[in-house]
Design a protein around this ligand. Structure first.
Ligand code: 8X3
Length: 251
């Protein structure tokens, strides 16, 4: 029997690439996203035997409940959860940032992720089988100006992933946090910069950034580790990106 994965943010970017690669590996995938028409188009390409489109806004816990309750019985046995949905909004300093944007990031990157995990975890524990892969970010470890709440949500995701490992001690359920740095080929920066495509273009110019396929490769590599191996965290950057020195402001 093919395993069933649920991937959030499946309509584009990392999520879409992860869906495609999991299916190529023989895993059946429930692709969850807000934009149902994009999921339906994916279903046409991938086939309804292996792909189930699920309209779900992860920032809305009631929508998560409704979406899960409506899953056909043959799609309910989810043993792989890829918490990919997430976003950054703006790069403004904390004293200038839009508080609504902060709440949207918290509701999507944190509340949605923990709620969906909490909903699926009991069955995994009951069966003593499952893998949860969270999409964190280098921003969850490395501070930078303007990352304020985005980075904080990803720090939360990192620590939640590690704390899940602590809670699941003695079980065979695996948990990993994948932490990408600069990535292109997704809507991430366009969303962050509110559609300012010149700014997006400038960010990626000559950077040879990580591509969605690289993240999909990482996710499938994590899944295909032997059952006794847990990859706790993976920090992944393009070669062009590195660490910087700590700035010192002087009088
Ligand atoms: C994406 C990486 O550097 O834009 O999470 O925060 S970064």
């Amino acid at each position: 029997m093919a395993k069933i994965a649920l991937v959030t943010g499946a309509s584009a970017g990392f999520g879409k690439a992860i869906v495609e690669q999991l299916i190529a590996d023989g895993i059946k995938v429930i692709g969850a996203a807000r934009r149902f028409e994009k999921l339906k188009a994916l279903e046409v390409t991938l086939g309804s035997e292996y792909f189930y489109p699920l309209q779900m806004d992860v920032s809305d816990t009631k929508a998560i409940d409704l979406a899960l309750a409506g899953l056909p019985s043959q799609w309910q046995d989810i043993s792989i959860l890829v918490n990919n949905a997430g976003l950054a909004l703006g790069l403004d300093k904390a004293h200038e940032a839009d508080f609504t944007n902060w709440m949207t990031m918290i509701n999507t990157n944190v509340v949605g992720l923990i709620y969906l995990t909490r909903q699926l975890l009991p069955t995994m524990v009951l069966k003593d089988e499952g893998i949860i892969i969270n999409l964190g970010s280098t921003a969850g470890t490395i501070p930078y100006p303007g990352a304020n709440i985005y980075g904080a949500t990803k720090a939360f995701v990192k620590q939640f992933s590690l704390n899940l490992r602590a809670d699941l001690a003695g079980s065979h359920i695996r948990v990993s946090n994948i932490e990408p740095g600069l990535c292109e080929g997704t809507e991430f920066s366009s969303v962050r910069f509110n559609g300012d495509e010149d700014r997006v273009k400038a960010l990626y110019q000559g950077a040879h950034a990580i591509q969605p396929k690289d993240i999909a490769n990482t996710v499938t590599w994590v899944i295909h580790q032997p059952p006794h191996v847990n990859i706790n965290r993976i920090e992944i950057m393009p070669v062009s990106q590195s660490y910087g020195s700590q700035p010192v402001s002087r009088d």
